[in-house]
Design a protein around this ligand. Sequence first.
Ligand SMILES: *[C@@H]1O[C@H](CO)[C@@H](O)[C@H](O)[C@H]1NC(C)=O
Ligand SMILES: *[C@@H]1O[C@H](CO)[C@@H](O)[C@H](O)[C@H]1NC(C)=O
Length: 247
Amino acid sequence: MAVVAAAACVVLLLLTGNGCDAARPVTTSDKFTNHQTPRESDQAYYGVIVTMDVYGLHLSDEQSSVSSVWLRDEGDGALSSHNAIEIGWETDGFQKTRCHNTNCTVGFQPANGAPIGLGDVIQTLSQPKGLKQNITLKVIKDDLALIGRFPRTIFTGGMADRASGIRFGGYVSTRTTDLAPMESGYLPTTDVMVAASISNIQFIDRNGQALVVTQDLPTYMSDPNIYAVTPIVDGRFFYGGPLQSSV
Ligand SMILES: *[C@@H]1O[C@H](CO)[C@@H](O)[C@H](O)[C@H]1NC(C)=O
Ligand SMILES: *[C@@H]1O[C@H](CO)[C@@H](O)[C@H](O)[C@H]1NC(C)=O
C-alpha cells in the first residue's frame, strides 16, 4: 500500500515582493501542470473557492509535491510589485525555507469554525484507486480590512483591491533525476477516474458573488506527457502524473 498516514499537510504560502521566494533551494527539476486565467484579460477577482482531492503518497526526502491555487497581481510588471496568495496542501517537502503559513507576515486571522487550519496535518486521505477525500479552500476578500484573512495593509498596488489572475494545479520538485508523483500519481489522460481532481471551482466577483467556472481556461504544462490537466468542465478538472512502479 502506497498510502502513508499523515504525509499530507495543508500549507499556506504568502509571497510578496519582499523576496520571500528567493530563499527557495535550487532543485534539479520543477514540473507543473496548471489552469490559469488568461493573462491578457482585464479581469478582477475578489476570491476563489476550490475543492481538492488530497492524497498521501510517500515521497523521498528529495521530492516535494504541492497542489494549490494562486491569486496574484503583477503590479507594474517589476518583480518587486508582484503580490500573490497561494494556498493548498503539500506532501513531505524539503522546501522548508519557503514562507510557509504565517512565517512571512503577521496578523493572519483564521476563520472562525474552519475545520482545518494552516499547517494542520490532513488525516483523511484519498485511496489511490478508492474513495476520494477532499478539502475545500476559500480565499475571499471579505471586508475592507482583510484579504484571505490577511491584513490588507501587507498588500501593495492592485492586489490591495483585487487579484488580476488566478492559477490552480500542481507542481512537484525533486533534487534528483527521479520523477515525483503528483497528486494520485495517475495521468488523467490515461485513466481519469483514478487521477486527482480539483472541483467546485468558483471565482468571487466584485459584488461578493461566487460563480462556478463553467468555461475552460488556458493550461500551462511543463511536461504534458508526464504531468497533465484535463479541460475544465462544470467547474472541475483532473490532473497529475506519474506514479513510478517502485513507489
Ligand atoms: C517558520 O520559521 C521557523 C524559523 O525561521 C522555521 O523553523 C520553521 O520551519 C518555519 N515553518 C514553516 C512552516 O515554514
Ligand atoms: C468531498 O468528499 C466528500 C466525502 O468523501 C464527498 O461526499 C463530496 O462529494 C466531495 N466533494 C466534492 C466536490 O468532490
